[in-house]
Design a protein around this ligand. Structure first.
Ligand code: ATP
Length: 249
């Protein structure tokens, strides 16, 4: 069952078209990977899915993104609400310069949660992000004292704390060492039981290890979108075949 459907999505930065007429169904409780050479529009497309491009001046989007039976680009929709339901984790871990506890509690507190509820949200979110055991005895210490991999799991926990349905990750392991990367890949395999995950990655092994479906982008076009095993072992398109076998990119 699909959770997000994009219909004829185009995006322009000023005169330059960065995303070209993309129709794509993102399946619920799966990991979808977006791959393609630098500048092909992966991050732009990811940001379309939770209205993150809204903040960019001179950026125009046409088409529809249907999530939970609504078009998230409808003028009546509050983008903040969309970003709560469709959370995002960025390339570089970006914890707030606050305690571990406050990093998680910050947004739920803003949304009106009280102390008892916050304790529960903090514990559950850290457990879900596979970080609880490592930090439960130092929740009041600065988040900046954590390693890069722990900080990234904290950022995932911070997203989970808002009870999203979808988690978008833009090259979220590219700044991490291999062990931290594997931990996050393991974590994503757990998280997809509850959430839907969409990742942008330059790491083809990563896409083939964890993604159920993979989408190959080139110059703003969606060239091929299929089961990950087909994309990597039996692509239909020559450009996909060239890219996954390392001929360009
Ligand atoms: N804020 C912006 N203003 C103008 N052009 C932009 C902006 N962001 C991206 N672009 C352009 O849009 C195109 C797609 O960029 P995007 O970052 O989505 O590609 P990408 O595939 O994610 O690249 P990378 O793998 O290098 O991160 C590129 O040509 C880029 O220069």
């Amino acid at each position: 069952m699909s959770i997000i459907t994009t219909t004829n999505i185009n995006l322009y930065y000023g005169d330059k078209q960065a995303i070209k007429d993309i129709n794509m169904d993102i399946e619920k409780n799966e990991i979808t990977a977006l791959i393609g050479p630098s500048g092909c529009g992966k991050s732009t497309f990811l940001r379309i899915l939770n209205r993150m491009n809204d903040t960019i001046t001179n950026c125009k989007i046409t088409g529809e993104v249907i999530f939970d039976n609504i078009n998230i680009y409808d003028s009546k929709i509050d983008p903040m609400l969309i970003r709560k339901k469709i959370g995002m984790v960025f390339q570089k871990p970006n914890p707030f310069p606050l305690s571990i506890y406050d990093n998680i509690a910050y947004a739920p507190k803003y949304h009106g949660k009280k102390k008892g509820e916050l304790d529960e949200i903090v514990e559950n979110s850290l457990m879900a992000a596979a970080l609880w055991d490592e930090v439960k005895d130092r929740l009041n210490k600065s988040a900046l004292s954590l390693s890069g991999g722990q900080q990234q799991r904290l950022c995932i926990a911070r997203t989970i704390a808002l009870n999203p349905e979808v988690i978008l990750m833009d090259e979220a392991t590219s700044a991490l060492d291999p062990i931290s990367t594997y931990k996050i890949e393991d974590l994503l395999n757990e998280l997809k039981k509850t959430y839907t995950v969409v990742i942008v990655t330059h790491n083809m092994q990563q896409a083939s290890r964890i993604a159920d479906k993979t989408a190959f982008f080139l110059y703003g076009d969606l060239i091929e979108y299929d089961l990950t095993s087909n994309i990597f072992t039996n692509p239909k398109n020559k450009e996909t075949a060239d890219y996954v076998s390392g001929y360009f990119g």
